[in-house]
Design a protein around this ligand. Structure first.
Ligand code: AMP
Ligand code: ZN
Length: 466
């Protein structure tokens, strides 16, 4: 079956093809860099990474833009409290976010764009709305009149008629029951940072940032727009009003929203204080791969409750896959090929692809891999796994890992690479043969200190990282 996604706009699972058949033009609301991101934010980023990888596997070229929100209410408040300029304050968190992405092996979008570098585009977006009669000015600020945009609410599927009385709101974030005219351009206030523009001195509202940047780099109609589920209202609803109000064209064809990461069944959030950063978990000794696995194993539209037991279970699941790969790499198999296993590999690959095509059902895709590993391990125990079955097994693991990116072990800085370890393992084997047990024990201890475990098998010595 075709690749398909659940579209928040239509509330249906739909077949996906980009408008031009080849290039996926996609926009992602990136982080607001007022603090270190938490692993809830990173779950949403990871969904986007997996989406990217799957679209590329399906043959599409990606033109993916992610913004960095580096001007907004919370940033201004914090920067002013610390007596810093906006960029002085945000640079550290932007850098930390990009490092976190790299640690979790996320690809970089083709473009990463900062709000503060696109003020002109935002002003032009507001002017286009004004020219079409969607705005009004009050106390120097420019507002979007939601009553003038009849389809307001179409993304969040809420009927706002009762609330469209013209009351207005200056805040960047607000709840559904507070649907009111929202601010596009905020007049200069006190000593807050501001830009002198054709709209007067002031700064952009949060929502206008994304529609202006998305259209600049991706055109008036995007294929995909992603974000966390909490952005549906008001942020994405407002983006639609700003973009479609200005162009008269459909802004986004497929809206994909990721569900939240929870802690004790409550949303992980800065304001509740129930959050972990990636750095917190790495300090506790969890590996980036176990964290990546934990955050991606549940399909993105399901809530995921974070627990340390769950993280430990992810490490165990990962070990199982790595041990299988090690066995595949090092065990000696009999000549020939086992037809039933070959069949199982083909089936697993098809089930994996079908799972991913079905709105990125990562649980189903993983299930297919584990089922194959189970069958193949049993066959290996019974001596029925043959040399001829290894290419398919490798291909399946590679296919899985091209998306999930968890099999390779992250090495600490200065740690030995595979060739160095293998050389020591070989030296130890030679030393043992020469009955130089002092040297062979020395090497074993040295490797153990580096977290390398040796295992003597009938096929020789295997090693792995702990
Ligand atoms: P923010 O920095 O709050 O603008 O959030 C950045 C991104 O992370 C947005 O797409 C949010 O929807 C998303 N996000 C925030 N909290 C969570 C959470 N607990 N689980 C998953 N995604 C989240
Ligand atoms: Zn946005």
């Amino acid at each position: 079956m075709a690749l398909r996604f659940y579209n928040t706009l239509t509330q249906r699972v739909e077949d996906f093809t980009p408008l031009d058949g080849k290039t996926v033009r996609m926009y992602t609301c990136g982080p607001t860099v007022y603090h270190y991101v938490h692993i809830g934010n990173l779950r949403t980023s990871l969904f986007q990474d997996i989406l990217r990888r799957w679209l590329a596997y399906r043959g599409y070229t990606l033109m993916h833009v992610m913004n960095i929100t580096d001007v907004e209410d919370k940033i201004i408040r914090n920067a002013m409290q610390q007596g810093k300029s906006l960029s002085e304050y945000t640079a550290q968190y932007e850098q930390a976010f990009l490092e976190d992405m790299a640690t979790l092996r996320m690809q970089r979008p083709e473009r990463i764009v900062r709000a503060t570098e696109h003020i002109e585009e935002m002003v032009a977006n507001v002017e286009a709305l004004t020219a079409k009669g969607f705005t009004y000015v009050a106390e120097g600020s420019v507002y979007f009149r939601i009553a003038s945009f009849p389809s307001y609410g179409k993304l969040s599927h809420i009927h706002f008629e009762g609330q469209m009385a013209g009351a207005r709101l200056d805040m960047d974030e607000y709840e559904k029951d507070d649907a009111r005219d929202f601010v596009l351009w905020k007049a200069r206030k006190g000593d807050e940072p501001f830009w002198d523009t054709r709209l007067g001195p002031g700064r952009p509202g949060w929502h206008i940032e994304c529609s202006a940047m998305a259209m600049k780099y991706l055109g008036e109609t995007l294929d995909i727009h992603t974000g966390g589920i909490d952005l549906t209202f008001p942020h994405h609803e407002n983006e639609i009003a700003q973009a479609e109000g200005a162009t008269g064209k459909q802004f986004v064809r497929y809206w994909l929203h990721a569900e939240h990461l929870l802690v004790d069944w409550q949303k992980m959030s800065k304001s509740l204080g129930n959050f972990y950063t990636l750095r917190d978990l790495l300090e506790k000794g969890y590996s980036p791969e176990a964290i990546r696995y934990q955050l991606s194993q549940v399909p993105y539209r399901n809530k995921l409750n974070f627990t340390f037991d769950g993280l430990a279970a992810s490490s165990t699941a990962l070990d199982r896959l790595r041990n299988f790969k090690l066995r595949l790499d090092t065990a000696k198999f009999a000549e020939g090929a086992n037809a039933a296993l070959s069949e199982a590999a083909i089936k697993a690959r098809a089930a994996f692809d079908e799972g991913m095509d079905a709105d990125l059902n990562t649980a189903e895709a993983l299930g297919a891999v584990f089922e194959y590993v189970r069958i193949a391990n049993i066959a290996m125990d019974a001596g029925e796994f043959k040399v001829g079955n290894t290419p398919q097994a490798h291909a399946l693991l590679d296919h899985f890992d091209a998306i999930f990116q968890v099999l390779a072990v992250t090495r600490a800085a200065g740690a030995k690479d595979d060739a160095e370890i293998q050389a020591l393992v070989d030296e130890r084997t030679q030393a043992k043969k020469a009955r130089n047990f002092k040297r062979s024990d020395e090497i074993r201890d040295q490797l153990a200190a580096d977290g390398i475990v040796l295992e003597d098998t009938k096929d020789g010595v295997r090693w792995k990282r702990k």
